[in-house]
Write a protein that binds this ligand. Structure first.
Ligand code: BG6
Length: 512
């Protein structure tokens, strides 16, 4: 072997990613709500893509169940249309034919045990035998949340919640409850029928590549963790800005608003991953223990002085952009007081984060679509350049960009090249190549098949975040009734009052 090829070999080895590869066990996926939008637009396209990448087990099939009467051929045709709309470039006829032979459908009455006995109790074993799926079952609730309780209860009564010698899992979509009381009720129903280890509560943000990377980045490098505390960090900003409005979901959104829709789940999950202590092991329960500790440490919001910690807003129309205001959207009350934007100041009362505010903001119809976590470090303690350069030196910022263009950016100061002594901000960038990442739904489906609960929310996680937010939402809803909600123009940065929330602390939001 000559020197060059030896060096190539060494560097190829060093570059190889350190991976954990698990082949999921054979199983079937039973989708409740199979005639709905979520199944057509997200679930089946995600499963098809996994199939195409040969990531599904050999003995795998889908049984869709819903109220609509149709046969399996009609179901396949509907799913094929959904796939063409979602990924027009990925429809390979041969692959689809092979895949769609694994799709089956039965009509079901969600409230009637007899209907479960026919659609599931009788049909499933036959399909399982043909597919050789080993009796392992995943029930996926993609229905409106109003029927979750009935489905879970009937699965339980019909003896379908467990199987000797095979696994049975239940996947629950958001929203998980409407407030603390309803989420507790749902958790009680769930845990009456299933064990926590069988339950997979989805938060699709946890499956995004950069979100998963937060733990790797923090705990697989020795560089950042020593700085990850109140000594070096001034504050943290977490942003989830969307350009879209409520689309065709007025019925749901009028009941939810941005705090239930984005904060109770996604924003609090991003916050807890950013702030948690190092878990002793990279395992689902150890990580979820640490996330729960963060939520436990969040200081309750001062309900008597809401203006200190929260700003809410609602988008108004933009004539220039031809965009309707929230109250003009079809299905929205003309005098709706539902917030489509919120900014929160959160304090974590523990040793690591004492005195470091976390500012969270999320809204619809904003200027740009961007989700990121920005860690703002403290400025240098002594300005040795003040005589030569004057001006303020921008403190370092580390940006974990969740979307679009997933990656990590470290903004530092460097000398501007040339004869003059001046500093310029430069960015050290790491960008994920697009083609390597699995979509959020592909990731969660695969993890559920593998039995890895890391990316799913545990009972205490849901409970804690509702405990924090329910009193705040209640106080805001009372306040909205008396007419305090800041309007903002569609396509803008959000309400001016949100900027003031930071300005009062001598800080400002990162531009969208
Ligand atoms: C969902 C919310 O959970 O997340 C939607 O219900 C929101 O209102 C969506 O638009 C945002 O997800 P993503 O992946 O597009 O950032």
């Amino acid at each position: 072997m000559d020197m060059n090829s030896r060096l190539e070999n060494i560097s190829a080895e060093q570059m190889a990613p350190v991976c954990r590869i698990v082949i999921p066990k054979s199983c079937c996926l039973v989708i409740f709500g199979a005639s709905g939008d979520l199944t057509r637009r997200k679930l089946i396209p995600a499963i098809y893509r996994l199939f195409r990448q040969r990531l599904l087990p050999r003995g795998f099939f889908v049984l869709g169940v819903a109220r609509s009467e149709m046969d399996s051929d009609r179901f396949r045709a509907l799913m094929s249309e959904g796939l063409r709309e979602a990924f027009p470039e990925e429809c390979d006829e041969t692959c689809w034919r092979d895949f769609s032979s694994r799709l089956h459908y039965r009509a079901i009455n969600y409230h009637d045990a007899a209907s479960y006995r026919t659609a599931l109790g009788e049909v499933l074993p036959t399909l399982e035998k043909a597919a050789d799926s080993g009796g392992n079952r995943i029930f996926y609730l993609a229905t409106p949340p109003g029927v979750y309780g009935d489905i879970i209860g009937t699965l339980h009564q019909s003896g379908l919640a467990s199987q000797a010698n095979s696994h049975v899992k239940l996947v629950v979509e958001k929203p998980f409850g409407h407030d603390l009381a309803s989420s507790r009720e749902l958790n009680a129903t769930l845990l009456d029928a299933f064990r926590e280890s069988q339950v997979y509560r989805i938060d699709h943000y946890l499956a995004k590549e950069t979100v998963q990377n937060i733990l790797m980045f923090r705990f697989a490098n020795s560089l950042f963790e020593p700085l990850w505390n109140r000594r070096y960090i001034d504050h943290v900003q977490i942003t989830a800005a969307e350009t879209i409005g409520i689309e065709r979901r007025a019925g749901y959104y009028e009941q939810a608003g941005v705090l239930r829709d984005m904060f109770q789940n996604h924003m609090f999950q991003l916050l807890s991953l950013t702030a948690l202590e190092p878990p002793s092991l990279f395992s689902a329960d150890r990580v979820r223990d640490e996330k729960a500790k963060v939520l436990h440490s969040i200081r309750p919001f001062p309900l008597e002085r809401l203006e200190e910690c929260v700003v809410t807003g609602q988008y108004a129309g933009s004539a220039a952009a031809g965009i309707k205001g929230y109250q003009d959207e079809s299905g929205v009350a003309v005098d709706s007081g539902v917030p489509t934007y919120a900014a929160l100041k959160v304090w974590i009362d523990n040793w690591r984060w004492n005195g470091v505010p976390f500012y969270l903001r999320s809204g619809k119809r904003l200027k740009r679509r961007t989700t990121e976590i920005a860690i703002h470090f403290r400025p240098v303690p002594h300005m040795m350049f003040s005589q030569t350069m004057g001006g303020r030196i921008e403190a370092n910022t580390l940006i974990l960009r969740v979307q679009p263009d997933e990656g990590i950016h470290l903004e530092i100061q460097a000398k501007n090249p040339g004869s003059r002594m001046c500093l310029m901000p430069v960015s050290l960038d790491f960008l994920y190549p697009r083609e390597v990442s699995l979509s959020a739904y592909e990731r969660v489906l695969l993890d559920c098949m593998e039995g890895d609960q890391m990316l799913f929310v545990r009972e205490d996680g849901v409970d804690l975040s509702w405990s924090l937010l329910t009193p705040l939402i209640q106080a805001l809803e009372d306040r909205a009734a008396s007419g305090v909600l800041f309007p903002y123009e569609a396509g803008s940065d959000g309400p001016a009052a949100a900027a003031a929330l930071l300005e009062r602390d001598g800080r400002c939001w990162r531009p969208l």
